[in-house]
Structure formats: structure tokens, C-alpha cells
Design a protein around this ligand. Structure first.
Ligand code: NAD
Length: 445
């Protein structure tokens, strides 16, 4: 099939490359001329495991091309995927829909005959119907569908080629058939295909992200109780996660969620519910958001405790800048938010990340960055482990102890082997594990 993919960010670029990989002929379109120029030359604009190989293969096969010209591309295909951003509005919790609106307005005049505009962007319920009405005023035969994206950054290629489910909000059997044809290899591999209406498809995505966010904040709330009572949240999470109805995934206590999706998606759901007069129904999401934001402040407080007082004038090493491991994305990164706050308090902050240093430096040029773990920790008074890159688990704590000024580490992701670090002479602290510290049973807020 011939497809266009409009917006070549994390979702659109991966979708375009994967669609070419499964045999479609794809044109990726973006307004960003630098990005399209780079892609045309084979330059991958962000880190995502496996994406480089797929892009090169698609481009070499001739099935994957890039352009900034929506007009030229629009006429070359009948199926157009919309993958532009839907960030939080600056003036409220609601989603900013001007990019999806602009795509429909720009695309519609170029459409001839029946074609399918498939939204993949995450949008508040009701958006697809509104866009459909807008579309058919200009292109009466065109049809809208919504096919929300569930990929996880860091696993985006794998999640797109082998999704856990596909959800298609459609208005007609024809649209349903087109989407089944697009995803035919996945359907042959028995990926569940949930065919539904537009509002259900839109809501599935925000409901899924709200549930995941709730799970994370739930365990972080339990960590606060553990801190106050001497209980251990890691043991607690393991024990409750063994209940198959609960499960271990997304039950990792720590610094909480960030990135370009979960925070803005739960806020967008709250904002839409309020518009519908149903704010109370999802009122718990406000607390989910607050618990999550509080984790960032708690790291700073705990870092002060580890340092024995004010952080001003101290050297603080930060391990991790990406919002999660496996990605170079620093949008709403909890790690960078903490690094910035500690810098504001007068500490000298040196940040390490294996992939996100360039993006982090562009966001916070006043911090110091390095690609070398020991360098980030040279003369450090406190080390903060803020992004759970697997490589950090391989650090030799005895070796690192020889470069720091004081061997004190806050494991805000609960992935380090605390016993190993302690036996190498480190003071280790972590949320919800009060017995780890030098003052067993001591709570903190
Ligand atoms: P992004 O910001 O990385 O990419 C968006 C791209 O769209 C940018 O390159 C931008 O230049 C381009 N763009 C904007 N307006 C355009 C226009 N009129 N024509 C052509 N290109 C245009 O965003 P993203 O992270 O890929 O997210 C896209 C959508 O997918 C969002 O709604 C997001 O919530 C959702 N989503 C994201 C993820 C994720 O992990 N990043 C996962 C699932 C869903």
C-alpha cells in the first residue's frame, strides 16, 4: 500500500520506518526542514534501538522517502497517518490540538476521492469527530479514523512491529478493511485487532496511560508510608506484585514518571472530563499527578540529608538525564528537573547519560555534562542515580568510591544492588527503604 506519515517525531518516524519494513511504500512528511534534510541523508534525529537499521533499509529499498511538501505527498496515497504532537497547553491542563487541526486543514484541499485520514496522535475524546466534520467540509469523500499509538520509547520499533494490540476507531467497514490491510503482517501473527468507534479508540489511549500513571504513583505513595513506618517498599512491591491481579510491571517505586506522554495525558484526561462536567470522576488523577511531582522534591530533600545539610557549594553527580532508559528524550525528564533544582540551590552539578547528553545540554546549557561515569563523580559529595540505565547496575562501587569525595548515593530508581554498594563503603538511601540509611527507621519528607 502507499501511505503517508505526517509528523516524523518519535511516533511518526518509527511508524514510517516500520510500515516500510513490512512492505508498504511510505512518504514521511514534516514541517521541520532540518529534520527532513537530515533524514534524506540517512541521519537519524534521535536514539531509538533498531531504528537506524530500519530507516536505512527502508531508504535503500526505495520504499521510504521524506519530504516537507504535504501537497505533493498527499496525492500519492489514499491513507494518511497523522503523528504530530499534542502537548499540554501553556494556559491550562488541556491538550494543545493546534498541530492536528493544522494537518487536517492543510491536507484536506489536496485530497481527491475517498481517502482515509488516520490519527495516531493522543487526543481528548471527541477530537476525531470534530476533525472529521472539519475534513469533510473541504474533502467530502474523505474519512477519519483513529488508531492510537501505544509504543514505549526505548522499545518503539519492537512495539510497532509486534504490538500487544491494535486499536482502530472507524466509521465504516471500508476504513476497517484498510487498517486491517495496513497491519496485515501483525494480524497474521495473531496481534489482537480491536475495531471500535472513534470515542472509544481515543479514550483507550488516555485510559491506558492514566492507569499506568496511577500504578506508579500508588507505589510511590506506599513508599512514603514505608519511610514513615520503617517498612521496606521494595519487598512490599514484590509481595503485592506476585498477585496476578496486580502484577509487577509499573510497580517500581522511585522518582516517578515523566516524558512527553504520561504527565500531559493524565492532565488532558482531567481537563476533558471537567469540560464534560465529570471532573469528579477522575479527581484521583490530580493526586496521581501531585504524588508524582512530589517525588522530585523528595529527591532534593533526601540529597540534602545525604549531604548532611545544604547542597550549596557541594559537588553533586547525577547519573541519568533521559526521562527513562533506552531513550535520549529529555522532555519533562524527572532526572533533569532534579538536576536543575539542585543547581538552583547552589550545587555544582555534573550529569552523566549514555545517550541524552546532547538533548540535555540543549535544554540546560548551564549544567555540566559528560559521557564518562567516573568523571561525573569526581570529587562528588553526593551521587544521585536518577535514570535506570542498565549500565549503572554494572558500575563497580569500590572503583567509584575512589573518585568521589564522600561515598554517598541516592538510588532514586531502586535498581542498584544496595548491599553491594554498602559493602563497598557507600551510604545508600532510597525512597521507602528507611533501613538502608545510616539512621535506621528515620523517616523523611
Ligand atoms: P514529536 O514532538 O516527537 O513529533 C512531532 C513531529 O510533528 C515533529 O517533528 C513536528 O515538526 C511535526 N509536525 C508538527 N506539525 C506538523 C505539520 N503540520 N505537518 C508536518 N509535521 C508536523 O511527537 P511524538 O513524541 O512523536 O508524539 C506524537 C503524538 O503521539 C503525540 O500526540 C503523543 O502524545 C503521541 N504518542 C507519543 C508517544 C511517545 O512515546 N513519544 C507514544 C504514544 C503516543
Amino acid at each position: 500500500m502507499r501511505l503517508t506519515v505526517i509528523g516524523t517525531g518519535y511516533v511518526g518516524l518509527v511508524h514510517a520506518a516500520c510500515m516500510a519494513e513490512i512492505g508498504h511504500t511510505v512518504i514521511g512528511i514534516d514541517l521541520d526542514t532540518d529534520r527532513i534534510e537530515g533524514l534524506t541523508r540517512g541521519r537519524v534525529p534521535f536514539y531509538e534501538p533498531g531504528l537506524r537499521e530500519l530507516l536505512h533499509r527502508g531508504q535503500e529499498s526505495g520504499r521510504l522517502r521524506f519530504t516537507t511538501s504535504l501537497a505533493a505527498a498527499a496525492r500519492s496515497a489514499q491513507t494518511h497517518f497523522v503523528c504530530v504532537g499534542t502537548p499540554q497547553r501553556l494556559d491550562s491542563h488541556a491538550a494543545d490540538l493546534r498541530f492536528v487541526d493544522a494537518v487536517v486543514d492543510d491536507l484536506a484541499p489536496h485530497l481527491r476521492g475517498w481517502c482515509l485520514i488516520v490519527g495516531k496522535s493522543t487526543v481528548p475524546v471527541g477530537t476525531a469527530a470534530r476533525l472529521g466534520a472539519r475534513l469533510t467540509r473541504i474533502a467530502p469523500e474523505a474519512e477519519i479514523a483513529w488508531n492510537p499509538e501505544f509504543l514505549r520509547e526505548g522499545f518503539a520499533v519492537q512495539d510497532t512491529l509486534r504490538p500487544e494490540r491494535l486499536v482502530a476507531g472507524v466509521l465504516s467497514p471500508r476504513a476497517d478493511a484498510v487498517l486491517r490491510e495496513v497491519y496485515a503482517p501483525m494480524l497474521r501473527a495473531h496481534v489482537p485487532f480491536v475495531s471500535t468507534d472513534l470515542p472509544t479508540a481515543e479514550l483507550v489511549k488516555l485510559a491506558a496511560n492514566s492507569f499506568l500513571a496511577t500504578k506508579i504513583s500508588f507505589i510511590n505513595a506506599m513508599a512514603e508510608l514505608c519511610d514513615a513506618t520503617g517498612a521496606d517498599v521494595v519487598t512490599l512491591a514484590d509481595a503485592i506484585g506476585r498477585d496476578a491481579r496486580i502484577g509487577h510491571r509499573y510497580l517500581q517505586p522511585g522518582l516517578g514518571f515523566g516524558g512527553s506522554c504520561l504527565p500531559k495525558d493524565i492532565r488532558a484526561l482531567m481537563a476533558r472530563a471537567e469540560e464534560l462536567g465529570l471532573g469528579e470522576s477522575v479527581g484521583f488523577l490530580r493526586q496521581v499527578d501531585e504524588i508524582n511531582t512530589r517525588q522530585r522534591r523528595r529527591v532534593v530533600v533526601l540529597a540534602e540529608q545525604l549531604a548532611g545539610g545544604s547542597l550549596s557549594g557541594l559537588n553533586v553527580a547525577v547519573l541519568g538525564a533521559a526521562f527513562k532508559p533506552g531513550s535520549d528524550d529529555v522532555r519533562d525528564s524527572p532526572a533533569l528537573a532534579v538536576a536543575e533544582e539542585i543547581h538552583r540551590q547552589g550545587a555544582r552539578v555534573r550529569v552523566h547519560d549514555p545517550e541524552a547528553v546532547d538533548n540535555a545540554r540543549a535544554a540546560l546549557p548551564w549544567l555540566q555534562f559528560t559521557l564518562d561515569v567516573p568523571k561525573s563523580c569526581e570529587d562528588a559529595d553526593v551521587v544521585l542515580h536518577l535514570t535506570a540505565w542498565p549500565a549503572y547496575r554494572e558500575i563497580d562501587p569500590a572503583e567509584l568510591a575512589s573518585v568521589v569525595r564522600r561515598p554517598a548515593i541516592l538510588d532514586a530508581r531502586h535498581t542498584l544492588d544496595a548491599a553491594r554498594w554498602r559493602s563497598a563503603g557507600w551510604t545508600v538511601r532510597a525512597f521507602g527503604r528507611p533501613k538502608l540509611g545510616r539512621d535506621p527507621g528515620e523517616g523523611f519528607r
